[in-house]
Design a protein around this ligand. Structure first.
Ligand code: PXP
Length: 242
């Protein structure tokens, strides 16, 4: 599965800045419009249980502002399931969530939570929502995703992003091996977390990976160069690596 690598831009942290003052500025919807104008392939937004960045009303506003597919990141809870069914995003990426964490620190334990995840995956799939599971690049998690019938997995690249030297090469090989195994088993592999201009290219070069979801770094760079320029540069680096 080679071909154009899609870029989903996670706009959560535009909302983080907005919420720091409790008002309406900066609006993540404006970020979504810029991503659409600059050729991004999708908008990713995580409605966390504590609503620390994206708020409920942002979802419909994002959906009506652009034609880009919305990838809703969500915890495996009944509340989030109902919200996903109500909004019917293009995709729902199920992520682990702990209230006290600063970000999504690890992958979903798809292997250990089969019974909790199975009805949620089924209901999302029955509603025509493309289900993705955010997992560590580990064989047992991929096998669990297969048992759950998820059409997509997103590999957590946090370990890769934090590693250096030989350790990074090891993490990259894991990502590459697991992406190949996913495709062999009919699952579309995506990747994301902690990706930057500096570390994106080796991941983008893995031919089976179909989509990257990148947020924090792009929003950070946007402070200095603007979101349009930041997304364009990331896109150019991805294309050059492919
Ligand atoms: N993909 C998923 C499933 C995530 O939870 C996150 C972080 O919210 C990202 C991608 C983007 O990670 P980052 O903000 O580090 O680029």
């Amino acid at each position: 599965m080679t071909g154009r690598l899609r870029l989903g831009v996670n706009i959560d942290h535009v909302a983080t800045i907005r919420n720091a003052r409790g008002g309406d500025h900066p609006d993540p919807v404006r970020a979504a419009e810029i991503v659409a104008a600059v050729g991004g392939d999708g908008i990713t937004a995580h409605l966390r249980e504590d609503r620390r960045h994206i708020r409920d009303d942002d979802l419909a506003r994002i959906q009506s502002a652009t034609d880009l597919p919305l990838n809703l990141e969500m915890a495996a809870t009944d509340e989030m399931l109902e919200i996903a069914l109500r909004h019917s995003p293009h995709a729902a990426c199920i992520v682990p969530e702990r209230r006290e964490e600063r970000t999504t620190e690890g992958g979903l334990d798809a292997a250990g939570q089969h019974n909790r995840l199975a009805p949620i995956v089924t209901r999302l799939a029955d509603a025509g929502i493309r289900v993705s599971l955010f997992i560590a690049p580990e064989e047992r998690q991929l096998e669990a995703a297969m048992r759950l019938g998820a059409p997509v997995v997103e590999f957590h690249t946090g370990e890769y992003a934090h590693a250096e030297g030989e350790a990074r090469a090891v993490e990259l090989r894991r990502l590459s091996d697991l992406a190949a195994l996913a495709v062999k088993n009919g699952i579309e592999p995506h990747a994301g977390h902690g990706l930057t201009y500096e570390n994106v290219q080796p991941v983008a070069a893995i031919p089976q990976i179909a989509e990257l979801n990148i947020g924090h770094y792009l929003v950070g760079e946007a402070v200095f160069v603007g979101l349009e320029a930041a997304v364009k540069r990331m896109r150019d680096l991805m294309d050059a690596a492919r």
